[in-house]
Design a binder for this molecule. Structure first.
Ligand SMILES: [Fe+2]
Length: 293
């Protein structure tokens, strides 16, 4: 539970771990942090984020300045795709997370990061959760994918494949790229809400960029504390949806027989857009940058 949000710690969560956002209790400083982050990202994301991201921000009036009030966001979002945003105190367990997604509820933290450390995030905050994730929930196919993912996640609990499902989420919902007629764009929330990775993922020589393949992604370990070493690219949200519609049972039987892949691996059968130099990871990544300061 984030220690810096007394509004969260004062509440006892409901059985499904939701709490009240208590929007009226945000301070003017907290609203100002959102606006600073928003304006900073919008400059960087021009020509980098998927068009659906900008459209979603507009449809939900997330660009009005200040931390969004979920009551107002949900009025619009529910009409568009049946999704709502709910508040949780912090990270919740997989089953609860999947259950919310399967019922078209996206869980968001309440707290916003420290205004003096805009790029330091000990756990996802409301800027990541809402600015990063919620715009694409206005798009019907992506909205369906998220629900299908939640249902697949619930099934994965019976198969001991939570790790594989987490990788699918990571490499699509959090760190996915998409080909568009205008060029490659970002749709992953982890990237869209990060200043440095928004540039790195598209422009750096270091990472691999490989076409999305469900089984390949499920076999691939990831970096949770640094920029990704491989980004997976889709051609459309329909492609994601179709892959997720498949019956995962044969895949789940095959996965334990296949070798696990490292975050930087390129394997036979990959459709490779960029074979990265991996120089960033080799030189120590964020760790080296932190030491240089
Ligand atoms: Fe996220």
């Amino acid at each position: 539970m984030p220690v810096n949000d007394p509004v969260v710690s004062a509440q006892t969560p409901n059985a499904d771990m939701t709490i009240d956002q208590k929007w009226d209790l945000y301070s003017s400083e907290e609203h100002a942090i959102w606006t600073t982050l928003f304006e900073r990202q919008m400059k960087i994301l021009k020509g980098r984020a998927a068009p659906e991201h900008f459209k979603g921000l507009e449809l939900l009036n997330l660009n009005e300045g200040g931390i969004p009030d979920f009551r107002r966001v949900n009025e619009k979002l529910e009409k568009l795709t049946g999704w709502t945003v709910v508040t949780v105190p912090g990270l919740i367990d997989e089953k609860q997370f999947y259950e919310h997604l399967a019922n078209r509820r996206f869980v968001s933290g309440r707290f916003i990061r420290d205004g003096h450390k805009l790029d330091y995030l000990p756990e996802p905050d409301i800027f990541h959760d809402v600015f990063g994730h919620v715009p694409l929930l206005t798009q019907p196919v992506f909205a369906d994918y998220m629900e299908a993912y939640g249902k697949g996640g619930l099934r994965s609990l019976e198969f001991d494949t939570i790790k594989n499902m987490a990788r699918l989420y990571w490499y699509t919902v959090e760190f996915g790229l998409i080909n568009t007629p205008e060029g490659r764009r970002i749709y992953g929330a982890g990237i869209v809400s990060s200043k440095a990775e928004s540039i790195f993922c598209l422009e750096a020589r270091s990472p691999n960029r490989v076409h999305f393949d469900l089984e390949r992604v499920m076999r691939t370990d990831y970096r949770y504390d640094d920029f990704q070493q491989t980004y997976f690219v889709i051609d459309s949200y329909e492609e994601l949806m179709e892959a997720t519609y498949a019956d995962f049972a044969p895949l789940y039987e095959r996965l334990p027989t296949l070798p696990e892949l490292k975050p930087s691996d390129i394997i036979e059968g990959d459709k490779v857009y960029t074979k990265g130099t991996q120089e960033y990871a080799r030189e120590g990544g964020l760790l080296a940058e932190a030491e240089a300061v």
